[in-house]
Design a protein around this ligand. Structure first.
Ligand code: HEM
Length: 538
């Protein structure tokens, strides 16, 4: 080979080398620009010019989302506990991220979760990662949320739920019969599974006119719990990497290679629920009349604009309603079951009160009659308090007004409280966490104990004042849409269970840790490794 030849051969490879160096330099430059931008942003976030600069809190949380990412994504669902620690140091109002403030004072509930014309957006950071992005629940903008909530809300009014009550009564008795059929088998049952079958049959029947049929199947599984848990597992991660949620759309191609529960979730989101909507639409088009009005049948028949009735939009809403309507209610019932079985005196008192109005527990009085029973109401309130609904904070953004907080607190080392006042400027998020408010010892002394009596006043009437401090169903214009349905289900189920099933039910290797809050997955979770609230029927 001549020298000239070897030079010619070297030219392209040296060009490639130069190209590679340039690419690496450009990449480094981009990374450098990005880092500089993030540093500038962090510096702005903690500068005295930032609108939240007067709100106390740790500097790192004010500067960046790193603490939230670390505690919620890496340590999984632990930011609420960290927020509690911040309140111990900084007082009732703390800045927990560059754009968000957290409050621990129940007196401020009605300001944060306001009603009437006072607009409240949901922070995009908290909903942008949702896989049900077109549901009302995940709609950030106040006005767009109203457009979605109002047509749905009429199906969950007290009057509508009263019409649905015979179906719920039916399902309650079916659940009790199925539990009693376990008698003598001595096989432990995860009771939340049983309750989940009941609640998901109730809501799916109401939504589509045919239930999932979980109570009719032989065992308690499969049910809607596993797919729901899979969907919530990604909540925190998708908040930081919202584009990852689009992977769910491509999942059909590799569904066979995914873990079973993830595959089940994806099938539910991409196939089962859209198919239910399609079937409802096909029935309407074919002129098949529903025996009873169903939620999605009526929405499809309504004069909502076409984009609000698209398959994706209604499937997202259906997932939201099915998801919200099952786990919360079944977990509340599980918490009540655990505490009643561990405190026989409370169970005896409840049983006595129920026996006074119920001759035959297989044929219960109507929900309004049960609602008047003070001790039943107190047990339910206490169970709702300790099951929290959504334990993690859910924040709101007041878009058109500044909020003024005035309160007092006693800093560590001080003997007397000091007054504090803060302005939360419009456009910034402020949230509250049920799990922190429900353990405010000033409001709920011995807050970790199950004490139904706290909900009764001196005349043994319901303590309505105390009920105002409950966040289980949230408050304001975005509070739980299904509260009436949930309360109806819980009153009927608890009455029937108390008289028919609890006399035969025993806890199986279950203790307080199996119901006590440990961390969040949006909803409350117990310690890792818990096998749930397990019972046997003797
Ligand atoms: C004990 C039972 C229940 C509890 C504790 C509960 C709790 C909650 C809470 C705290 C929220 C507000 C979430 C947020 O701020 O992001 C909520 C919203 C919602 N809940 Fe419930 N829920 C229960 C049962 C139900 C049932 C049975 C349904 C059935 C329809 C339902 C449907 C919804 C819907 C659709 C929303 C979203 C409302 C909106 O954004 O406008 N929930 N629920």
């Amino acid at each position: 080979m001549t020298i000239q030849n070897s030079f010619v051969e070297m030219v392209p490879s040296s060009r490639e080398a130069v190209g590679a160096v340039l690419t690496a330099r450009n990449a480094l430059l981009l990374v450098g620009v990005w880092v500089a931008y993030q540093l500038l942003r962090a510096a702005w976030n903690i500068s005295p010019l930032h609108p939240l600069s007067r709100i106390p809190g740790p500097k790192l949380a004010a500067a960046t989302y790193l603490p939230e990412f670390y505690y919620d994504c890496i340590k999984f669902g632990c930011y609420t506990k960290q927020i509690q620690k911040m309140h111990e140091v900084y007082g009732p109002i703390v800045r927990i991220s560059p754009h968000e403030v957290h409050c621990i004072d129940a007196k401020f509930i009605d300001e944060i979760f306001a009603v009437g014309g006072r607009k409240r957006d949901k922070p995009p950071h908290q909903v942008s990662g949702s896989t049900i992005e077109l549901s009302g629940f995940a709609t950030s903008d106040h006005d767009a949320h109203r457009v979605r909530r109002v047509p749905l809300a009429k199906f969950f009014s007290r009057a509508q739920i009263a019409r649905l009550e015979p179906e719920i009564q039916n399902l309650v008795q079916r659940m009790c019969n199925k539990l009693l059929a376990e008698s003598g088998r001595m096989q432990p049952i995860d009771i939340t599974m049983a309750y989940s079958c009941f609640t998901s049959d109730a809501i799916s029947d109401y939504c589509f006119g045919s239930s999932f049929g979980f109570l009719a199947q032989k065992s308690w599984e499969p049910n809607f719990r596993a797919p729901l848990y899979s969907s919530l597992q990604t909540t925190f991660l998708f908040r930081f990497f919202p584009h990852l949620k689009h992977l769910t759309l491509a999942a059909d191609f590799f569904i066979n290679y995914l873990p079973e529960d993830v595959a089940l979730l994806l099938t539910t989101i991409n196939t089962t629920v859209p198919n239910q909507i399609k079937k409802t639409k096909a029935d309407i088009d074919a002129g098949i009349l529903e025996e009873r009005e169903t939620v999605f049948g009526s929405l499809l028949n309504s004069d909502l604009p076409p984009e609000e009735k698209s398959l994706k939009r209604l499937a997202d809403e259906a997932m939201a309603v099915l998801g919200a309507g099952t786990e919360t209610t079944s977990w509340a019932l599980s918490v009540m079951t655990f505490h009643l079985l561990t405190q026989p005196k409370l169970l005896a008192r409840l049983t006595q009160e129920l026996r006074e109005v119920i001759d035959d527990p297989t044929s219960l009085p109507a929900w309004p009659t049960l609602e008047k029973l003070p001790y039943l109401g107190a047990v339910i309130q206490e169970g709702l308090r300790l099951s929290y609904g959504v334990s993690a904070r859910s924040a709101r953004i007041p878009t058109e007004e500044n909020l003024l907080y005035r309160g007092e607190w006693t800093p560590k080392g001080r003997s007397a409280p000091v007054d504090v006042a803060y302005v939360i400027p419009r456009g910034y998020a402020i949230g509250m966490s049920a799990v922190l408010v429900h353990h405010d010892e000033q409001i709920f002394p011995h807050s970790h104990s199950f004490i139904p009596e706290r909900w009764l006043d001196e005349n043994m009437e319901r303590n309505r004042e105390l009920e105002k401090t409950m966040l289980t169903f949230s408050k304001g214009g975005r509070m739980c849409l299904g509260m009436n349905l949930a309360l109806c289900e819980i009153h009927l189920a608890l009455a029937a269970l108390t008289l028919r099933v609890f006399p035969h039910m025993r806890l199986f290797e279950t203790d307080l840790e199996d119901v006590a809050y440990d961390h969040d997955m949006f909803i409350p979770l117990t310690k890792d490794g818990s096998k749930g609230v397990r019972v046997t029927i003797v």
